[in-house]
Ligand binder design. Structure first.
Ligand code: FAD
Length: 407
C-alpha cells in the first residue's frame, strides 16, 4: 500500500536514515515485532525494558510508513466525544478510554525522558471549538460530561477564545492544558536506535513479512526474501497495512491531507501555541512546530485509493489554506510542503489492541483513529504485560470483546 505521498515535513527536517539491513539468513528470537513505526518503536521499548528478547521486521526503511507523515498531536480527547462514546460503549468504559489516553501522554513523555531520545515532545494546551453555532450544544454537553468525571477541561466562550488566542471561532470551545505534540518520525527512529545500541536489538529493514505460519509454541515468519524467523510470539504493529494479518476487517481506510507553512514570525503566532481542532466531521486541526511553522491537517476523504488521493492534493491544499485564513485572518500562511496519507478509523473511535480468539500468540497493536500515537503507547504496555502473563484492565476496552459486541 502507498501510505503517503507529497513531501512529509518530518523526513526532510530530520533527514532520512541510511540504515539498510535486510534479513539474509534464518533467525530465531522470542518475539517478532512487525513494523518499525512509532507503534513498533514504543512496543520494542516496553519489551526491552522488561528484559524480553525481540526483533523488528519492516518492509520499508525505519519509520517511513504513516509515522513519517503524522502531524503527531497528542490528545487525551478521542475523535468520538465522551458524551457520544458513552452511548456506544457505556459511560464507565468511555471514561476509562479517555483516562487511558490522558495517562498515555505522560507515559510517552516518560519514555522519551528516560531514554534521552529527543522526540521534540512539547506540552501545549488544546482547544476544541464548535464549528457552527449549532455545535455549541455538543460542546456544552461534552463539557458537563468531562467535568462530571474530573477530566481536565474548561469551557471558553467565543469572545474569550478570540481574546486569548486571536482565533475567530464560530462558537464556544473546550480547553485543556495537558496535551502535547511530538515528531513521531524522530521519536520512532530515536527509540529504535537507542535499543539497538543498548540491548543489541536487531531491526531488519526492507524485509516484508509474507506469512506467519503457526507452529507448536509459536510462529514461523516467512519473509519476501524467502527467509524464516522462528519465534514464540508475533506482534503486528503494521499500522494501516495490518489488514492482511487480521481475520476480519475492523477499520475503514480513508485519505487525509496536511501542510506545513514557511516559518512565521513568532510574534504573529497565536499565544501559547495551543493545538486547535473542531467539532466538524471531518475536522480541521492545527499545530505549530518548534521552528515556528504552522501545520494544518484534515479534509479527509472516505477512500484510500492512492491515485485518487494524490490527485486531490492541490485542491485540498487550497481549501486548508482558506480555512486557516478564515480562523486567523492576520497570520500570514504560506505553504512550504504538502502531503497526503492513508488514515483509518474504527466504528467506536477506539484502537484494536490484543489477540484474536484462537490466536493466542499473535498480538495486534493497532492505534487506529486520530489518537493513533497515544493508543500505540497504551497497546505497547498492555501487550507487554499480557506476554508476561499479567492482566491489564484496559484490554477489555480496546480488545476483541467489544468488536464481537459492536461490529
Ligand atoms: C497525515 C496524518 C496525520 C496524523 N495525525 C495524527 C495525530 O495528530 N495524532 C496521532 O496520534 N496520530 C496521527 N496520525 C496517525 C498516526 O500517524 C498513526 O497512528 C501512527 O503513525 C501509526 O504508527 P504505526 O507505527 O502503527 O504505523 P506505521 O508508521 O505505518 O508503521 C508500520 C510499519 O509496518 C510496516 N509493515 C506493514 N506491513 C508489513 C509487512 N507485511 N511486513 C513488514 N513490514 C510491514 C510498514 O512498512 C511500516 O513501516 C496521523 C496520520 C496521518 C497519515
Amino acid at each position: 500500500m502507498d501510505l503517503h505521498s507529497g513531501l512529509p515535513y518530518w523526513v526532510i527536517k530530520n533527514s532520512l536514515l541510511d540504515y539498510f539491513h535486510p534479513l539474509e539468513d534464518e533467525f530465531s528470537t522470542d518475539i517478532v515485532v512487525v513494523g518499525s513505526g512509532i507503534t513498533g518503536a514504543l512496543m520494542v521499548h516496553e519489551l526491552c525494558s522488561a528484559g524480553l528478547k525481540c526483533c523488528v521486521v519492516d518492509k520499508r526503511s525505519i519509520a517511513t510508513g504513516s509515522s513519517a507523515a503524522s502531524t503527531a498531536l497528542l490528545q487525551y480527547e478521542i475523535d468520538v466525544p465522551l458524551c457520544r462514546m458513552s452511548d456506544m460503549i457505556g459511560e464507565d468504559n468511555a471514561v476509562s478510554a479517555y483516562r487511558a489516553c490522558l495517562q498515555s501522554i505522560s507515559d510517552i513523555e516518560k519514555v522519551l525522558e528516560s531514554t534521552g531520545v529527543d522526540g521534540c515532545f512539547e506540552r501545549v494546551p488544546s482547544l476544541f471549538y464548535a464549528s457552527t453555532p449549532k455545535d455549541e450544544q455538543l460542546v456544552k454537553e461534552e463539557y458537563e460530561m468531562r467535568k462530571k468525571h474530573n477530566l481536565p477541561v474548561c469551557l471558553l466562550g467565543k469572545e474569550e477564545i478570540k481574546k486569548r488566542y486571536k482565533l475567530e471561532a464560530p462558537g464556544c470551545g473546550l480547553l485543556n492544558e495537558v496535551s502535547a505534540q511530538i515528531d513521531a518520525y524522530r521519536a520512532a527512529t530515536g527509540l529504535l536506535l537507542y535499543h539497538m545500541k543498548k540491548d543489541g536489538l536487531e531491526v531488519f529493514t526492507h524485509t516484508g513479512v509474507k506469512e506467519c505460519v503457526e507452529k507448536q509454541g509459536g510462529y514461523v515468519i516467512e519473509t519476501d526474501g524467502e527467509h524464516k524467523i522462528n519465534c514464540k510470539y508475533v506482534i503486528v504493529a503494521a499500522g494501516f497495512e495490518a489488514g492482511k494479518f487480521l481475520p476480519q476487517e475492523i477499520m475503514d481506510l480513508t485519505s487525509t491531507y496536511a501542510l506545513v507553512s514557511h516559518p512565521v514570525n513568532p510574534a504573529e503566532l497565536w499565544p501559547e501555541h495551543c493545538l486547535i481542532w473542531e467539532t466538524a466531521d471531518p475536522y480541521l486541526y492545527i499545530r505549530t512546530t518548534g521552528g515556528n511553522r504552522i501545520i494544518i491537517g484534515g479534509e479527509d476523504e472516505k477512500f484510500c485509493d492512492p491515485e485518487c488521493r494524490d490527485a486531490l492534493l492541490r485542491k485540498k491544499t487550497r481549501i486548508l489554506e482558506k480555512k486557516f485564513k478564515k480562523l486567523f485572518p492576520d497570520i500570514p500562511f504560506k505553504t512550504e510542503m504538502a502531503w497526503c496519507g492513508t488514515f483509518s478509523t474504527t466504528k467506536d473511535g477506539l484502537p484494536f489492541i490484543g489477540t484474536w480468539p484462537g490466536k493466542d500468540r499473535m498480538f495486534f497493536d493497532l492505534g487506529y483513529g486520530g489518537n493513533g500515537i497515544t493508543f500505540s503507547m497504551i497497546g505497547a504496555q498492555i501487550i507487554c504485560r499480557q506476554i508476561q502473563g499479567m492482566e491489564d484492565e484496559r484490554s477489555k476496552i480496546f480488545g476483541y470483546e467489544r468488536i464481537e459486541k459492536y461490529w
